[in-house]
Design a protein around this ligand. Structure first.
Ligand SMILES: [Zn+2]
Length: 417
């Protein structure tokens, strides 16, 4: 399937790059044939995805894993014969962070290992800690008062999942679209959710209220001498979506070690603690801050064009992920597809008129930071609207960050208009 995405992307790119000659149509057809041949008979896309995910592992921006992925991707692009393969640094990210070990379990009233992952940019526990669990429900600064003096030496179970409504799901995880729906998705650039399964389990909480409260709660928990925090993560059926639990800024305020837990286990702890049962927890988390510098990188490589080489067609995907898994769908697939697209084109020996450049971004999950830095450096400042000469030479930009869905087809359509 991913072969198809890479091929579609290339066919789209060809519309812009086009080839010179008296019989342009015939040349194009021949080019398309070559691309199809290379994509279908010599695909490397699954090997690329394997290297990015299973082999490299999590690629949180600022972690060793992401740096490894950058080195590997640059080398691989160069090995495929692409030119100007480079790791291009950008600055101002803040501290790096990675986790080397994480474990949490309930040790009383019985032993049960719990599904939870560290929140990024929170500190480790300095070895195994064992403590009584205390449930807190904090929806406003005033709610903190009732826990004053009760948290010293305890592990805090922060009942955030009560903001979610867990419901029984009667929908299949995926559904087959009709021909009409597929047609509509292919040509509609403002996609609706016809193909998606709106998650029936979870009603999103009032996120903003929670966010403004968290820094206050973090300071309170530190001051009260609590040992660590367990909070509820987004996700169901044992899946936990993770994120950051603290700032990566150099002057960030200290916070407690924190893990976020699957909804089912969080709910069990809440039920036990609400019923007045004594719950003991043990937790061991080894997290490291990487403080050498604030520098992160994008990976760039290209096929220089011929007579229109100053004009550039960009293919991009963010290579960074979160730390709890290998980020296959977000966005290993997108990265593998754009790499495969440019590999195919290079392997065919075709000579595009315009330069085709692939860029693998970092810092996307923290706010499109790598791509913003690249644009600012090469193309101009979006705030002042002052653009550099190179900005005018960008013919098209194709971004993939959809986890293997339908946006390539949409991009093709958007380009044809
Ligand atoms: Zn993404």
């Amino acid at each position: 399937m991913k072969n198809c995405y890479a091929l579609l992307l290339l066919l789209c790119a060809l519309v812009f790059t086009s080839f010179k000659g008296d019989h342009e149509d015939r040349a194009r057809l021949k080019a398309i044939e070559k691309i199809k041949q290379e994509g279908f008979t010599n695909s490397k896309v699954m090997e690329t995805l394997f290297q990015l995910t299973d082999v490299t592992g999590p690629r949180l921006t600022g972690s060793t894993g992401m740096k490894k992925a950058e080195q590997w991707a640059r080398r691989q692009l160069e090995d495929w014969g692409l030119e100007n393969a480079a790791i291009e640094p950008w600055g101002g990210f803040g501290k790096g962070w990675e986790t080397h070990k994480s474990y949490v379990a309930m040790s009383a009233p019985y032993y049960q290992q719990l599904i939870a992952v560290p929140k990024a940019w929170t500190p480790g526990t300095n070895g195994l800690i064992k403590a009584q669990a205390v449930l807190i429900r904090v929806d406003s600064p005033q709610d903190m008062e009732k826990y004053k003096g009760k948290l010293r030496g305890k592990i805090v179970v922060y009942a955030t999942t009560n903001a979610y409504e867990l419901r029984v799901n009667f929908n299949a995880d995926a559904k087959r679209l009709t021909d009409e729906e597929l047609q509509k998705n292919t040509y509609d650039t403002h996609l609706d959710d016809a193909g998606a399964n709106p998650n029936p389990y979870i009603k999103a909480p009032a996120g903003r209220r929670v966010n403004t409260l968290r820094p206050k709660l973090d300071s309170f928990l530190m001051d009260e001498g609590a040992l660590a925090v367990l909070s509820g993560g987004r996700g169901i059926d044992g899946t936990v979506f993770t994120s950051n639990g603290a700032s990566r800024a150099w002057n960030a305020k200290p916070v407690l070690p924190e893990m976020e837990m699957g909804a089912e286990h969080m709910d069990r702890l809440i039920r036990l603690l609400d019923a007045g049962k004594e719950v003991s927890l043990e937790m061991d988390m080894d997290n490291t801050f990487l403080t050498a510098d604030s520098i992160e990188n994008n990976v760039v490589a290209e096929i220089p064009g011929t007579d229109l080489k100053d004009e550039v067609v960009l293919l991009g995907a963010h290579m960074d992920s979160w730390h709890a898994a290998t980020g296959a769908t977000d966005n290993g697939t997108g990265s593998a597809v754009v790499m495969e697209a440019i590999r195919i084109l290079k392997a065919t020996g075709l000579k595009p008129r315009r330069t085709i450049r692939v860029i693998l971004w970092s810092g996307e999950e923290q706010g499109l930071l790598g791509s913003r830095a690249y644009v600012k450096k090469h193309y101009g400042d979006k705030d002042t609207r002052k653009f550099k000469a190179a900005y005018e030479k960008v013919s098209a930009y194709y971004n993939l960050d959809n986890g293997g869905a339908r946006s390539v087809a949409s991009l093709c359509k958007a380009m044809m208009k």
